[in-house]
Design a protein around this ligand. Structure first.
Ligand code: ATP
Length: 316
């Protein structure tokens, strides 16, 4: 039975959170995809929802638009209770899906015009709204080109522009750069960074660590349907991986030995192919350093270390 409570979202600095999920549960049959999720996104923040495949990121995004309905818990988006007021919430948010569902028979401009109409942008403001969205996505010169004739990167930029045509206060980006080559990904990062700079609240799911590290003010790390860590990338790195890690390379027996020594001293480790990294290297006492051996290479800790240690997953 569905049990969705209407609860006021907590306020921060007198402003209601742009997104608030409290105790949200979503089951598919016997499987619990989202398992008592608490998540708040303050206005103006770009939050990276990070997690391995299957962590529940897409399901969470879908519940914010009422494409999926929570079995338990309370959801508020821009002051509206979801799913009860989801129509009103959807009118003021921009949604950029993972799948490209542009109309291939129409031009770039026509695709945006259709959405400007659907989003009820007033007729007299529509032309300017479409011009602005095209400019933001650097597609002004391609506005009369059919979607079918646009490159993959242009299509993805158009998909984002389409979600922005009504100047939403909140944008949901579901894996915005998945499967794209590095150059196109960098172009999109510029576009998303521009949104941040304009003060738009962004919730972006991703399993690319670098994407979160570059764009997100704040990260929520999801695993098995829950948030297991939350904070800015630098705070998460400092808390879970420290300032530096020391990497040891060698044959499997040697790596197992390093893990045994480090873990025996209460230190976290991560294994990546031919190496083992010992986290929080700055806390390793000299006697343990001797025991670990002189073959370690020191480097700065990063968000990938946090991700691997907390989720036990590899990164792409
Ligand atoms: N409609 C559905 N029916 C059954 N199971 C589902 C359905 N949608 C999602 N799931 C399952 O719920 C879990 C969470 O899926 P979800 O897509 O939310 O994860 P994710 O973190 O977004 O991962 P990905 O990056 O792979 O999309 C997965 O195990 C998935 O197989």
């Amino acid at each position: 039975m569905q049990r969705v409570q209407a609860e006021a979202a907590p306020e921060r600095d007198g402003r209601e959170a742009a997104i608030s999920l409290r105790g949200v549960v979503k089951r598919f049959g016997d499987f619990t995809a989202v398992d008592g999720l608490d998540l708040e996104v303050p206005p103006g923040v770009c939050l990276g929802l990070l997690g391995p495949n299957g962590a529940g990121k897409s399901t969470t995004m879908k519940m914010l638009t009422a494409q999926a309905i929570a079995d338990e818990g309370g959801i508020r988006v821009l002051g509206f209770e979801v799913p009860r007021e989801s129509k009103r919430a959807r009118a003021v948010m921009g949604v950029v899906p993972q799948q490209d569902n542009l109309d291939e028979e129409l031009t770039a401009r026509e695709n945006l015009e259709v959405f400007a109409h659907l989003y009820r942008v007033p007729r007299r403001a529509r032309r300017q709204a479409v011009d602005d969205a095209l400019a933001l996505a650097h597609l002004t010169g391609k506005q009369l080109t059919k979607v079918d004739d646009l490159s993959g990167g242009m299509r993805r930029r158009l998909l984002i522009a389409r979600g922005l045509v009504h100047s939403p206060a909140l944008v949901l980006l579901d894996e915005p750069t998945v499967g794209l080559d590095p150059q196109v990904r960098a172009e999109l990062w510029g576009l998303i960074d521009g949104l941040r700079a304009r003060g738009t609240t962004v919730l972006m799911s991703t399993h690319y660590i670098e994407e979160a590290e570059r764009l997100a003010d704040d990260c929520a790390l999801m695993s098995h349907g829950r948030v297991i860590a939350r904070g800015s990338p630098s705070v998460l790195v400092a808390e879970y991986a420290g300032a530096r890690v020391v990497e040891h390379y060698g044959p499997p027996d040697r790596l197992t030995e390093v893990e045994r020594i480090a873990q025996g001293a209460g230190l976290s480790t991560r294994r990546t192919g031919p190496s083992v990294s010992v986290l929080k290297a700055e806390t390793i006492p000299p006697s343990l350093e001797d025991e670990l051996g002189p073959d370690g290479v020191r480097r700065a800790a990063n968000l990938e270390d946090v991700f691997v240690v907390l989720t036990g997953e590899r990164v792409e």
